[in-house]
Structures are given as structure tokens and as C-alpha cells.
Design a protein around this ligand. Structure first.
Ligand SMILES: [Zn+2]
Length: 196
């Protein structure tokens, strides 16, 4: 996994594509082979910030290793002037809620700031993500295809072509299994019900 991420980042560097790898600032992840070595590249730098600076509810220390210099505008510690939610575990209505889990989500403010930085970076045509985008094929308005994509999205499968297409296949292999045994059928029904 580490090696794959490192390899992907190397590919991005070689092809002038912007990337950003995120993990908690003091995670062992940063010491992993390949990930550590990325820092030796002159185009790569670390951006460290506390999540509450950008809309997080706790001062989670984040590190992003990136080749997009403009992201350095995110850097900084908690600016103070607000209260933090406590860390720990609380009992929710149905399950235990982990504060770390809640804090794994990007706050909306952070998303908006990153989007603004990237958009500006593209507009100023500087840095790895600043290249003129390749002219996109004129999208042919196809309401049927749109509907199909919406249905696929609703069904949890993702479109393989068009704007929603993935770079990495969702599954390595799809195996169809016929369930004939009644006990097993009941199991599958219960399992599918739990997914809804
Ligand atoms: Zn704070």
C-alpha cells in the first residue's frame, strides 16, 4: 500500500500532475519506505496544519505531502479564539462514536479552501496543476446516459466512462455466486438488508 502510494506520487511528479498525500502529522506512515523518500524530491514539500484552523472541531494535527506549492497557504496551528470538542469515545444511539473517526472527515471549510487554492493555481498556470487542461471532448447531452449514471450512483456502482470514470478499478474481480441453500439465502437477504 505504501509503495503503491509512493509509486503513484512518483508518477505524478514525472508527469507534472499535482498530488497531495494526507495523514495525521505524527503518523508512522511518514516513515514508511517510499513515502519518506518522496521528501527528497525538490518539488515535494509538507504542509502541516491543525484541522480547527480550517473548520475542524478539534485541533487534529494534519500533514499533507504535496507537489502543489500553493497548498502551503493552509499551513498553521490553531489560531485560538474557539473551543475544541473533546477527544475520546462516546456512546451514540446505536454504537460507540470515536472522535478520531469523526475528525477523519474533511471539514467543509477546508474543502472550500483547497478548491479555491487549486482553482487559482490552475488559473495562474503555475505549478504542477497549472497546465492548460487538455481540451475536453464536447460533452454530448445525453439525458439517458445521465439517468443511467444517477441510477448507477444510487446503486453503489460507479460509471466506468465519462466524468465519473475511475482511474483505479473499483474491484479486482467480480464473482457471481448462485445461492440455492435456503439458510444461505436467508443470510444473503439479511446482509443485503443491512447494507441499505
Ligand atoms: Zn483550535
Amino acid at each position: 500500500m505504501y509503495l503503491f502510494v509512493a509509486e503513484l506520487a512518483r508518477w505524478c511528479i514525472a508527469h507534472d500532475v499535482g498530488f497531495s498525500i494526507e495523514n495525521p502529522a505524527n503518523s508512522w506512515f511518514w516513515q514508511a519506505p517510499g513515502i519518506l523518500a518522496l521528501s527528497d524530491d525538490p518539488s515535494v514539500s509538507d504542509v502541516c496544519f491543525e484541522a480547527c484552523r480550517h473548520g475542524g472541531r478539534r485541533p487534529k494535527k494534519c500533514r499533507w505531502r504535496t507537489n502543489v506549492p500553493a497548498l502551503s497557504s493552509l499551513e498553521g496551528a490553531c489560531p485560538g479564539g474557539h473551543t475544541h470538542l473533546p477527544w475520546g469515545v462516546s456512546r451514540g444511539a446505536k454504537r460507540w462514536d470515536f472522535a478520531t473517526e469523526a475528525e477523519a472527515e474533511y471539514p467543509e471549510e477546508l474543502c472550500a479552501k483547497v478548491a479555491a487554492v487549486i482553482a487559482q493555481n490552475c488559473a495562474s498556470a503555475q505549478g504542477p496543476v497549472g497546465h492548460e487542461p487538455a481540451p475536453a471532448p464536447t460533452p454530448r447531452h445525453d439525458p439517458d446516459a445521465e439517468l443511467r449514471q444517477q441510477r448507477q450512483a444510487a446503486a453503489g456502482t460507479q460509471p466506468r466512462r465519462g466524468p465519473g470514470a475511475q482511474l483505479v478499478p473499483e474491484f479486482r474481480e467480480i464473482v457471481h455466486v448462485q445461492v440455492v441453500d435456503e439458510t444461505e439465502q436467508a443470510f444473503v437477504r439479511a446482509w443485503k438488508g443491512a447494507l441499505k
